[in-house]
Design a protein around this ligand. Structure first.
Ligand code: VGL
Ligand code: ZN
Length: 201
């Protein structure tokens, strides 16, 4: 059974010192590098949050405060600080991540009008990213997911992986939650278990 590792958004802005820092984010990087060194995956896909400067998920582009919520194209949109803007250091993968191991990269959040937490599609379900086509083309049946943030992009990527028919695992030690609310990371684990995702220790 062919398997892929999906490394979600391990970018400077989501790590310590970044504009949307996930607590203890960089702790997962040695773990991810080790997984990639074991040469057990048929494909290793990196996702990259890749926003234009005028992206509508940024509080600054809506005259809102970070942490507020708006309705964007009829779906709720949390107001984030500016992050992962194309052409900045924040959008780059963390320098300690072994990017040479990637066999494919998927960029998301490129349409200024729609956010994209899942690596498979935008939050409105208007546009696919090509990730599902890539995995199906390579006959991948099982995906293991690591990266940032557990309660946003990892969660939605894992739920879409299940919906698209993959046996889906999330590595607990390979992810960290942003925890805008204290229990969000824990709640994400319960939701993923309920959807049929296996949590690996
Ligand atoms: C993410 C918030 C906004 C993530 C991306 O990668 O989890 N979170 N954009
Ligand atoms: Zn984003």
């Amino acid at each position: 059974m062919k398997k892929a590792l999906i490394v979600v958004d391990v970018q400077n802005d989501f790590c310590e010192g970044g504009s949307l820092a996930v607590p203890n984010a960089s702790e997962i990087i040695p773990y991810i590098n080790l997984l990639m060194e074991e040469n057990q995956y048929d494909q290793i896909v990196f996702t990259q949050d890749f926003h234009p400067a005028n992206h509508k998920s940024f509080a600054s582009n809506n005259n809102r405060k970070v942490g507020e919520s708006i309705i964007l194209n009829s779906v709720p949109q949390f107001m984030w600080p500016d992050h992962c803007v194309q052409g900045t250091d924040g959008v780059k993968f963390h320098p300690d991540l072994n990017i040479e191991k990637a066999t494919h990269t998927v960029q998301k959040g490129t349409n200024s009008e729609i956010d994209s937490y899942s690596g498979f599609q935008d939050n409105n379900h208007f546009m696919k990213t090509g990730l599902d086509d890539f995995l199906k083309y390579h006959d991948i049946k099982l995906v293991e997911i690591v990266g940032l943030a557990l309660d946003y992009c990892v969660k939605f990527t894992a739920m879409d992986a299940v919906a698209n028919g993959y046996v889906t695992c999330v590595h607990f030690n390979g992810t960290r939650a942003v925890n805008v609310r204290p229990d969000n990371g824990k709640d994400a684990i319960y939701e993923l278990l309920q959807k049929g995702v296996t949590i690996l220790g």
